[in-house]
Design a protein around this ligand. Sequence first.
Ligand code: 0RA
Length: 637
Amino acid sequence: MNNNNYGVYDEHQIQVLEGLEAVRKRPSMYIGSTGSRGLHHLVFEVVDNSIDEAMAGFCTTITIIINEDNSVTVIDNGRGIPVKEHPQQKKPALEVVLTMLHAGGKFGGEGYKVAGGLHGVGVSVVNALSEWLDVVVCRDGERFRQRYERGFPVTELQGEGKSGKTGTKISFRPDEQIFPDICFDYQLLSQRLRELAFLNRGVKITIEDRSRDKVKKEAFQYEGGISSFVKFLNKNLETYPPEPVHIEKEKDNCWVEVALQYNTGYNETIYSFANNIRTQEGGTHELAFKSALTRLVNDNARRLGIIKENQENFQGEDIREGFSGVISVKLLNPQFEGQTKTRLGNTEVRGIVDGVLAEELGSYLEQNPAVTRKICERALQAARAREAARKARELTRRKNALEITNLPGKLADCANKDPSGSELFIVEGDSAGGSAKQGRDRHSQAVLPLRGKILNVEKARLDKIFGNEEIRALITALGTGIGDDFAIDKLRYHKIIIMTDADVDGSHIRTLLLTFFFRYMEPLISLGYMYIAQPPLFKVTKGKKEHYLYREEELDKFMSGIGRKGVTVQRYKGLGEMNADKLWETTLDPETRTIIKVEMQDAIQANEVFTLLMGDKVEPRRRFIEAHADEVRNLDI
Ligand code: 0RA
């Protein structure tokens, strides 16, 4: 494998090899994991470099292709990676960029370079973790190409003749020695690429999937930038003002861009970004955005006499009912903090964002009195509703205290009362629930069936979920309470296992449950109590022998291994098709089953799918107050 072109190993080259060797030895240090997330990180790493070219003003189109052999190609029309000899390294700059750790950074001429988190580790990491990587650069009137294997150059940098264009094309195949499962998720890629297109106004980003029977292709290009993003969030909803408020300004070397628009729904949706990275945990930019909005609306409400002299200010949440906003900042040295390194920590950003909004949003509100009045009156309603909801909640809490020990009737509890040895299966559908109740180990396994249909119909709104009897049963069964009342020491099972069908409905229900747990019982996930069951997809019978297969890909392989004669294949469409014994054997038995632990990232992604993709299908949310009023009524009966 050492067929690289180095005649002599000088110090630098040895360092290079050691660097890439370190990446291959401990890939997770560089890309987070070698699972699906890490795999997709490779693509984003290359795309980030193209985006840097776009941010620097040199690139207008980026194309991402998933090829038939599961390699990926990223093409941009930026300046092209420099190819001339690097003065210190004495070899082509291209080779330096592709083989030296952290050499991805532009030589001189800093743009808003990303630092921190897992981003910006450099294309050399992608190179090190690829079975092969093929790079083509058009630059200086010529076209160049070089090929690498597992980080080592296996050809010289070759000229391929004249070219009038500029740009970079990188194709790579992730290394099977590093990544156990090389399967790209089109949805995951396209969601992020759409986001990047919103964040980088005008850049055309195309994604194409050639790895499946049906070729898929989408192109994203938004002249409105993050205003288009806000419109996307508010799609199909009634909105005001008709066009989002759009603010952009550079201050003290920090580029601030904000877009916002209200809708007549009740959700608050804020997306914040720093250097194109979604800051899931918020940070100084988001805090400043919220506090400036609160202050400005309160000031205007007083000025317009909507808040009277002796009345209290609106709270932030009152002002953000039905609010959709996006804030994107770009700065030189972003500090990413927090559990998932997605909170912006730079303290100077607070004052900058506050200043920009005070000026720009301040004057917008003054100059558009009709919109401002509408925003203030809306906040006034929300404040009143909040007060009423608080009273209703207090009432239900007192009532609940009296009947706290009542476990739900649908729950088939286990005999064991020690949480550390107890499991709860949350099962989709009554019939599967029935099989699970029969097939389980009654000592340690409890079963709670959820009526899938009902949940599926109501998936649109989280607060409706509280009105759903099945979900209330789930909350009671777990024993912890929710939200502010959540107490982990009351948890009745230390394994909570979601078991849904392997179809679209099943995946919706799983997404919904994960989102629910993420928002209201987050410690269940972060402390590692949540799991996903893995029921088989196929039963293959040959003679008396039965085999269970758990993945789509396994079937072909398996069938060609046993010969097709006298073989029947049964596809399980739902858990309900399996009898109790088989369910135990394949899915419940702790000795033989596989269950997958839910990671925070899974939940964050579920939440994202829920808010972003389902956000456009939502029906108007029932008021919080109504949900609570219902509870009070039910309890009175
Ligand atoms: C190093 C320096 C410059 C650009 C790039 C690398 C670069 C890397 C990638 C990766 C994918 N597409 C890319 N495009 C550019 C700066 C070039 C200059 O100063 O002319």
